[in-house]
Design a binder for this molecule. Structure first.
Ligand SMILES: [Zn+2]
Ligand SMILES: [Zn+2]
Length: 346
């Protein structure tokens, strides 16, 4: 059997403004020295050295508390030879363009900095704004089909799901690929010579190929992916971080959130209101703490981190956390219907 190593925390996450400040979740890919940011509320209390590691920003929507940090990031990156990549719902390129139009750019024609913006809608549509051209908006490539994944490289995949907040509020999940390591002693004992087939094997596993897929390990010697994996590899599952904010608790939204946050190691979920203020939460297209707990429980998330509290509860924030955790852990199951409905999903 292949060994399943205990999962190491290779993704680190931190809410830059804690549970009560503007949403901005730093996701650091630990061995890579790079980071993503999910949402772009105010970030002026975070050191520049931390912010400069950010290479991609995933924005839920452009209400001010989720997007006002754009200016500060721009200021930090402007003189750098870097490209900042921004993702958000359809319309975000207009918002970026509008922000850029608020400044004077007569001395930036030798700057290398550029912003690439990808709008997530029925398709992924990308635009480029370069300092060199006074941030004139240019189309970037042809639109790409969108089927849930907005970004993927050899380390991780980022998925998005559009939620209803009276505007689209995009939820995100970052999933690190499983680590596949060859066990040297097992390889030596197998008598097989290392070669390109090892990469073929890893690629087959990463792309979800069937266990019966043949791999040619030597001339006229084919073995199945499953047999090679079990005999030679250590598989360490990757981490998953999910994030959902500013959303109505509707059946459609709940189904999307439960799917996106499924089996997450940590699920960051807004919980601005107490259940006692359900009517207010619904009117404002936001979740209650109890609803956040129910979504995390139905998703099977291993940990729930609630945040984005309404300032009306100042001095009582502990009540929001307690209500969410009680619902999440099943101490008080008010939204059991959600689990039953989810269990019935294919
Ligand atoms: Zn909002
Ligand atoms: Zn908000």
């Amino acid at each position: 059997m292949s060994s399943i190593a205990p999962s190491k925390s290779t993704i680190r996450t931190r809410l830059l403004n804690g549970q009560t400040g503007d949403p901005a979740l730093l996701v650091t890919l630990r061995w890579q020295g790079r980071a993503f940011l999910i949402d772009l509320g105010r970030i002026d209390r975070t050191p520049a050295a931390t912010l400069l590691r950010i290479e991609r920003v995933f924005v839920s929507h452009t209400h001010m508390d989720h997007f006002m940090g754009f200016d500060q990031l721009l200021r930090l990156f402007l003189a750098r030879d870097a490209t900042l990549r921004l993702y958000g719902p359809t319309g975000i390129a207009d918002c970026v363009q509008g922000k850029l139009a608020g400044y004077t750019w007569n001395l930036t024609d030798e700057y290398q900095f550029a912003i690439e913006v990808t709008e997530i809608g029925a398709e992924l549509v990308s635009w480029r704004f370069a300092a060199r051209t006074k941030f004139a908006r240019e189309p970037l490539g042809a639109p790409a089909p969108f089927a849930g994944v907005v970004f993927s490289d050899r380390v991780c995949t980022v998925e998005a799901a559009p939620l209803d907040h009276k505007v689209v509020s995009m939820a995100y999940a970052v999933t690190e690929h499983a680590h596949l390591n060859v066990r040297p002693e097992a390889l030596a004992a197998s008598g097989l010579r290392p070669g390109r087939w090892l990469n073929e094997l890893k690629n087959a596993i990463r792309s979800g190929a069937a266990g019966t897929t043949p791999i040619e390990v030597a001339p006229d010697d084919r073995r199945t992916v499953a047999a090679l994996r079990d005999a030679l590899l250590t598989v360490t599952p990757g981490q998953k971080v999910a994030y959902a904010v500013d959303t109505l608790f509707s059946p459609a939204n709940a189904a999307k959130i439960v799917r996106l946050a499924g089996d997450a190691d940590v699920f960051y979920c807004e919980s601005p209101f107490l259940e006692a203020d359900l009517e207010q939460a619904t009117r404002r297209y936001h979740l209650t703490a109890g609803q956040a707990g129910a979504l995390a429980r139905a998703a099977g998330a291993r940990r729930l981190q609630v945040f984005h509290f309404s300032p009306r509860y100042e001095g009582r924030y502990g009540e929001l956390v307690a209500e969410a955790q009680a619902e999440y852990s099943g101490v008080r199951v008010h939204y059991g219907e959600l689990d039953r409905r989810h269990a019935a999903l294919p």
